[in-house]
Design a protein around this ligand. Structure first.
Ligand code: CP
Ligand code: NVA
Length: 300
């Protein structure tokens, strides 16, 4: 049997994805009820982090511990990968010892190379291209609050980045309408948008994109690795803040999500992220439960 990886939401069938979201909700209830469930007893997952992380590291490490397994944190500062050992060699060696590998890195093609040479499942913990684990958490969160995402309208305001790309894939897989409002020059990948067909619409008008929407999402203006573009991006994205005035155009029951970390006063106002429509803390907690469902699916 070929090894299954989770490099993007498109690596799952639509049914598998829906099942995984359901399982995340179940695992959350079990966890909250104090039920011990250890399907990964004695299993080990390596976690390679080329970029900073709070949520991804804590959720995967905690998830493995709760499942009876163990996680090994690896940073480029203390591995040979950081000193130039080829990804192919690293993948062969690590995957001969552990049961799964989670990777957060810059280039998506490096992740694909690692997966190609790995004997065990590889999970994408964020690349410059996509952030699929975050979408598992977001979709679980929406379903918990509003039953189904199918047929809804979602609005993504901001950079055509990894989060935006993963929302495009989610729209394709889960049948919702995605409006993307971004500044000119910061559009998402054209190929991905083309593949999504009618379910994705791109505009530069935040109000039009938000009209009657059920879920408003945003992300930072400068992602990890783009720190030196911060100033220029602040100018380009000046009209793209999710604030109380913009939220008024959404459906009255609309929710607000942000993968975090957030910059209050930049991509989102404090009033919105800390307000009644925001579900960002539930969203963040779901990283744990949704990824436990994913690890169970790939590794148990
Ligand atoms: N949302 C997210 O992936 O957070 P971290 O960068 O803290 O892992
Ligand atoms: N787009 C952001 C997401 C962080 C979780 C980044 O890549 O830095």
């Amino acid at each position: 049997m070929t090894t299954r990886h989770f490099l993007s939401l498109m690596d799952l069938s639509r049914d598998e994805l829906k099942q995984l979201l359901k399982r995340g909700i179940e695992l959350k209830k079990m966890q909250h009820a104090g039920e011990i469930f250890e399907p990964l007893k004695n299993k080990v997952m390596a976690m390679i982090f080329d970029k900073s992380s709070t949520r991804t590291r804590v959720s995967f490490e905690t998830g493995m511990a709760q499942f009876g397994g163990h996680a090994v944190f690896l940073s480029p500062r203390d591995t040979q990968l950081g000193r130039g050992e080829p990804i192919e060699d690293t993948a062969r060696v690590i995957s001969s010892m552990v049961d799964g590998i989670m990777v957060r890195t810059f280039s998506h093609s490096s992740l694909e190379t690692l997966a190609e040479y790995s004997k065990v499942p590889v999970i994408n913990g964020l690349t410059d291209f996509v952030h699929p684990c975050q979408l598992l958490a977001d979709m679980q969160c929406y379903i918990e609050h509003r039953q189904t995402i199918e047929g809804r309208t979602v609005t993504y305001i901001g950079d055509g980045n990894n989060m935006c790309h993963s929302y495009i894939n989610a729209a394709r897989q889960l049948d919702f309408k995605l409006n993307i409002a971004c500044p000119k020059g910061y559009e998402p990948d054209a190929e991905l948008v083309k593949l999504a067909g009618d379910c994705v619409e791109i505009t530069h008008d935040t109000v039009a994109a938000t009209e009657n929407s059920d879920l408003i999402v945003t992300d930072v203006w400068a992602s990890m690795g783009q720190e030196e573009e911060q100033r220029i991006r602040e100018q380009a994205f000046a009209g793209f803040q999710v604030n109380e005035a913009l939220m008024k155009h959404a459906d009255k029951d609309a929710l607000f999500m942000h993968c975090l970390p957030a910059h209050r006063g930049e991509e989102v106002s404090a009033g919105v992220i800390d307000g009644a429509q925001s579900v960002v803390w539930d969203e963040a907690e779901n990283r744990l439960h949704a990824q436990k469902a994913l690890m169970e699916f790939l590794m148990a």
